[in-house]
Design a protein around this ligand. Structure first.
Ligand code: SF4
Length: 334
């Protein structure tokens, strides 16, 4: 990859969590395109508009949303596309963006998991952004206290229930880009933690884990709370927050389960099931996503009641799914 020679303050988009330390060390602003898409007031209309433009109905809505986001955000000058460890849709998206003249950088999580190959991939990204290991390692050290605060927020979700499932989801999800500004994000986290520690402890009737792709539904947590269920484990958002205490940055992205095989995910979920005393799991799957295939293995290897639900586009939970959730929570309560 060539050195992109980018001016400080430029926004760099990405399609899934990447070693964000590289972007920050270069003085640039990281933007997780998924977060921009899903928090847009008109996310649903964006997917419809993409289909009216010619996107196939049978392509995952997240991909259409990312493309639509980029069309509306010319200030995002460079996009890092993860061409291994995410999905083949992203690969095709990269080709489309290239044809549209978007400046791109490719990143691959090695398969199978390999420290040496991951080290090489990160080094290539560093060349593109004109930074070196000391700069990136320093940034990683500066981010560690922020990640520790996210870990504390997660702990307050499953131990005392002072953080709700929705709050947990939103903060941990933002661990992918720190909303573009780690210092401000860290300050907000400190204030939030101080506030929630004053809340009374809360215990739902049923303790749930939400596994799989972040749900595209906009009211899933609220609906589950109405049913008396408490989400105390958000699998992928927790992964995006880089939990644990790795010895270095490469180890951190090696421990990260999202881009590698499903067996690492299963081991991680099994720990959460025991530690967080989960009563059941909801496996969210996205329409037209290859990860639906992994549902069988998750069911076979995780010894806990599991409900698999599917969403298509950004909207409220549909009537049929609500009925299934209600029945599932009801069974777990008995
Ligand atoms: S939900 Fe599945 S198909 Fe869609 S972008 Fe994510 S991994 Fe790819």
């Amino acid at each position: 990859m060539l050195n992109a020679n980018l001016p400080p303050g430029l926004r760099v988009g990405f399609t899934t969590t990447i070693p964000v330390e590289v972007i920050l060390a270069a003085g640039l602003i990281p933007v997780d395109l998924n977060n921009i898409f899903i928090t847009a007031a008109d996310a649903y209309q964006q997917v419809n508009a993409a289909e009216a433009e010619g996107w196939p109905r049978t392509v995952c809505a997240w991909i259409k949303g990312i493309h639509s986001t980029l069309q509306r955000r010319p200030d995002i000058k460079v996009v890092i596309v993860v061409t291994q460890g995410d999905c083949s849709n992203t690969h095709a998206l990269m080709e489309l963006l290239e044809a549209e003249g978007q400046q791109l950088a490719a990143f691959q999580f090695p398969f199978p998991r390999s420290r040496e190959l991951l080290h090489h991939q990160i080094a290539q990204l560093m060349v593109f952004f004109g930074v070196d290991w000391p700069m990136v390692t320093q940034t990683w050290r500066e981010l560690n206290p922020v990640r520790l605060k996210l870990a504390e927020l997660d702990r307050l979700t499953w131990t005392t229930g002072q953080v709700s499932g929705r709050e947990n989801f939103q903060f941990l999800l933002s661990g992918s880009d720190f909303n573009g500004d780690p210092q401000t994000f860290s300050r907000h986290l400190t204030e939030f933690l101080a506030r929630v520690r004053r809340r009374p402890h809360h215990a739902g009737l049923v303790r749930l884990g939400l596994i799989g792709i972040p749900p595209i539904f906009d009211n899933l947590f609220e609906y589950l709370e109405e049913l008396g269920a408490q989400v105390v484990f958000n699998e992928f958002p927790r992964q995006f927050s880089m939990p644990g205490k790795p010895l270095d940055m490469v180890e951190q992205y090696l421990n990260y389960t999202y881009p590698y095989d499903v067996f690492g995910r299963i081991a991680d979920i099994a720990v959460a099931v025991a530690e967080r005393r989960l009563d059941g799991l909801i496996h969210y799957t996205q329409s037209f996503c290859f990860r639906q295939i992994q549902d069988r293995l998750l069911r076979q290897r995780l010894n806990l009641p599991m409900l698999t639900i599917e969403g298509d586009r950004p909207a409220a939970v549909d009537h049929r799914t609500r009925l299934r959730l209600e029945a599932f929570v009801d069974v777990l309560r008995r």
